[in-house]
Design a binder for this molecule. Sequence first.
Ligand SMILES: [Zn+2]
Length: 325
Amino acid sequence: MRMGNSKRVLFAAAFCFVGYVYAQEPVWDGNKVELVSEQLADGVFAYYPSNAKELERNGMPVATSGGFVIGEKGVLVIDTMLNKRLHTLVQNMVRKETDKPVIFAVNTSFHGDHSYGNMYLPKETIIIQHAHAKKYIDEHFKEDTEFMIQNFGKGRGIEEIVPTTGDVLVSKGGLITLDLGGKSVEIVDFGFAQTGGDLFVWEPKSKVLWSGNPIITVKPALPWLLDGHLLETLETLKKVYAFLPKEARVVPGHGSVMGREDIQWHIDHLETIKKQVQIAIDEGLSLQQTVARVKMPEFGGYALFGWVHPSLKVPAAYKDLSLAK
Ligand SMILES: [Zn+2]
C-alpha cells in the first residue's frame, strides 16, 4: 500500500511543524548526524545517532538507528541509511570490528532513511526486503525521493540515489533465517506495523530485536501511523511483545537500545485511543466531534503529538472501529 497524496501532505506538515521548532531546519540533518555503535553481545551491535539518548528523553526526533551482526562467514547489516555519508559511517563501524565481508543487508521498511544506502553496499551483498517494499520502490521511487528531499533538504545526497531493491524478498507473514556461520538471524514479518512491508530482525542467542519504525524509540515517543491501520498496528505490537522474552533488548527505528517493557508504552497508547474512540462511536459522535473529545494530553510529551494525534491517529482509529462494527 502506498502513502496517498493527502498523507504525504500531512507528513510534510509534520516536518514543517518540527522544522518550525528547529527554525526551519530539517527534522535532522543527513550531513551532520554522527553515529555510535554499541556492542550488545559477541558479534552483535546496535548503531544509533550520538545524540539519541538526550533527544529521545526530551521527546525530540532522532535520526535512524540500525545494527550489524558478525558471524564466521560474514556480516549482516540492518538498515542502510539515507545517503552515502551515513551509509559510509555504518560501513566504517563494521570495519572497526571485523574484516569479514558484508554478505547480507536487510531493510526494515522501504523508507529512504532505512534503504537508500543499498546502492553503496558491495556488489556481492545480498539485500533482503519485504516484497511490499520492493513493489513500492519499483512503482514510486521518483515521488519518494522528491518527498524525502522536500523534508530532509537538498544537498543531503538524496539526489544521487538510484533505486536498489531486494535480491531476496520476504512475503506477507513470512520468516527467513540467515546463516552467518555460528550465528543465525531471523527476519520476520509480524504483520502490518507501519507500511505493510515491515521486517523485524531477531538474533535469538543474544535476544536482540531490531524493529525499524514501528517502534520509534522510548517514551514519550509514539507511533505515527502514517498509513493508518490503528487496530492492525496494535495487534502487531502485542504480537511482538508476546514473542519477546523478558530480558530481550530492542533496537528501535530512531533511538538507542531499549527493553521489552518500553514497548508497553506504545501498546498502552494505542489501546487508550481505541477505547476512547470506541466510546465516542458508541455515543454516535462524528469524526470531527471525536477528534475534539479524544485529546489524551497524558501522551503530549512527544514533539509530534500535537499534530499526529488529531490528524492521523484518532481518524485512523475512527475509521478502523467504524468498519469493524
Ligand atoms: Zn525511519
